[in-house]
Ligand binder design. Structure first.
Ligand code: C2E
Ligand code: CA
Ligand code: CA
Length: 462
């Protein structure tokens, strides 16, 4: 007759070594059928349902405090696929035993999915959630013997706290899950939930809903940052950078809302809005005698839209701007998208006669092979290299070799993020053609840009 208490259920802990292990009330009353429904048959730990019940119970107590750790074993699927399911089961059992070993203070240890485990800490123990998470990870990294192989398992852990992040079982579990996925995507291994980074948090949802109306309300505006010939200081072009003038939050940078726009499915309208304003503005500058190109950033999502080339062609002809005065900035993840779509659209844009530049160069693949393939006209060296170039031999060497290669391929080189005069000189000495950055000018609203332009004529940047 198996014990009615799933393993890991209120494990004998340091907290009260003398007190007998108290089966949780929810389990005390249940019969064998109920037992099976609350125990994970493979590992003998509590299962998802048991965790949910215990969580509800714990959170119902007055002034309840709890931490829920959700642990996902890395690449477990590979173990299953390579060694077979029996070996996979063995691994999961061994993982369970190890977790039991470490989670002595746990209120409950459960296996909640294929390769997902949960640890519930209640009361004061909840304060030690992060430390426990680190210990759990460390423990799983020690080699595990399976079929004569020493397996090292990675894991990702998400932590959510009650009442801080949620005060109900479902909410807490969901937030631990969000944190765990953040740990996975950011390769940080352990994350504590944070509402600002939760794409589903009420604040972000509200903002996403507002973003729909923001376009019509004219709250999205384009700011302009100048680019100049690094040798003469003459302004050559301008980059259009979008901002959201939010009625309550003030002027918001793209990083604060572009991910929302992506989720809200409005990257298309947003790009057209920026393109239209930028193209019209550039036509005006050119009419006033400035020989500028205008650069606009496009996301991979934009390049998936087969209508984009025709829309851009229409905007250009309406504004009376020749295609060669428009430069579209794309990033290396276009290559990642491994779809024919974006590449096809790029080629159509190229045929239209617009210029293409590769943004943030050096941060992504930086595989030179596809430079030719993408048919770009310019490379923008990421500011992380430019920033330290004046002081770092390595960064200077990297920039020089990028410049050499780019020039051999007949590409122009733009140094981004040139924030000081030293950086400006370093960019010039490394052979860059164009410089952009705070040293020359910050991104400015259109009117501010015109004022800056008047002044810049006699202001030395060199
Ligand atoms: P990016 O294309 O690399 O744009 C340059 C960013 O660097 C801008 O940030 C600019 O303000 C900043 N920057 C320029 N010079 C300096 C400098 O000297 N020092 C430092 N520290 N920063 C400098 P911003 O405007 O916040 O834009 C961030 C990113 O958002 C852009 O990076 C671009 O990837 C994206 N973005 C902006 N506007 C649009 C848009 O209309 N569409 C799309 N798809 N992306 C956009
Ligand atoms: Ca850019
Ligand atoms: Ca950039």
């Amino acid at each position: 007759m198996p014990s009615l208490r799933p393993r890991g259920w209120r494990l004998p802990g340091r907290r009260a070594p003398s007190s007998p292990v108290r089966p949780a009330p929810a389990l005390r009353e249940i019969d064998l059928a109920g037992h099976e429904a609350l125990v994970d048959q493979l590992t003998g730990l509590a299962n998802r349902r048991a965790l949910h019940r215990r969580l509800e119970e714990a959170l119902a107590e007055p002034d309840a405090r709890a931490a829920l750790l959700l642990l996902d074993v890395d690449a477990f699927k590979d173990v299953n696929d390579t060694l077979g399911h029996d070996a996979g089961d063995l691994v999961l059992r061994q993982v369970a035993r190890r977790l039991e070993h470490v989670a002595l203070e746990a209120d409950l240890l459960a296996r909640v999915g294929g390769d997902e485990f949960a640890v519930l800490l209640t009361g004061d123990e909840a304060d030690d959630a992060s430390a426990l998470g680190r210990r759990l990870r460390g423990l799983l990294e020690a080699p595990l013997e399976v079929e004569g192989l020493g397996l090292r398992l990675g894991s990702n852990i998400g932590i959510a706290l009650a009442p801080r992040h949620a005060n109900d079982a479902t909410g807490l579990a969901r937030r631990a899950d969000v944190a765990m996925h953040l740990a996975k995507t950011h390769r940080t291994s352990i994350e504590v939930y944070s509402p600002e980074r939760d794409r589903h948090s009420p604040a972000r949802l509200a903002l996403t809903a507002e973003l729909h109306g923001a376009i019509e309300a004219g709250q999205l505006e384009v700011h302009y940052q100048p680019q100049a010939d690094v040798r003469t200081g003459a302004v050559r072009g301008v980059e259009a950078l979008v901002r959201w003038r939010h009625p309550e939050h003030g002027l918001m940078p793209p990083a604060a809302f572009m991910p929302l726009a992506e989720r809200a499915g409005i990257m298309g309208p947003l790009a057209l809005l920026v393109l239209e304003q930028a193209v019209v503005r550039c036509a005006r500058w050119r009419a006033a005698g400035h020989d500028f190109t205008i650069a606009v950033n496009l996301s991979v999502t934009n390049l998936m839209d087969p209508d984009l080339p025709a829309e851009i062609a229409a905007l250009l002809s309406e504004a009376g701007l020749a295609p060669r005065h428009l430069e579209l900035e794309i990033t290396e993840d276009v290559v990642m998208a491994d779809a024919v779509g974006p590449i096809g659209v790029l080629h159509e844009l190229k045929e239209l006669g617009v210029r293409l530049s590769l943004d943030d160069f050096g941060t992504g693949y930086s595989s030179m092979a596809y430079l030719k393939h993408l048919a770009v006209d310019a490379l923008k060296i990421d500011r992380s290299f430019v920033r330290d170039m004046a002081d770092s031999h390595e960064d200077a060497a990297i920039v020089r070799s990028i410049v050499a290669l780019a020039h051999a391929l007949d590409l122009e080189v733009v140094a981004e993020g040139v924030a000081t005069q030293r950086a400006w000189f370093a960019a010039r000495d490394a052979g860059c053609d164009v410089a952009q950055g705070f040293h020359l000018g910050r991104p400015m609203a259109a009117e501010g840009f015109d004022a800056w332009l008047d002044e810049h004529v006699d202001r030395a940047v060199l």
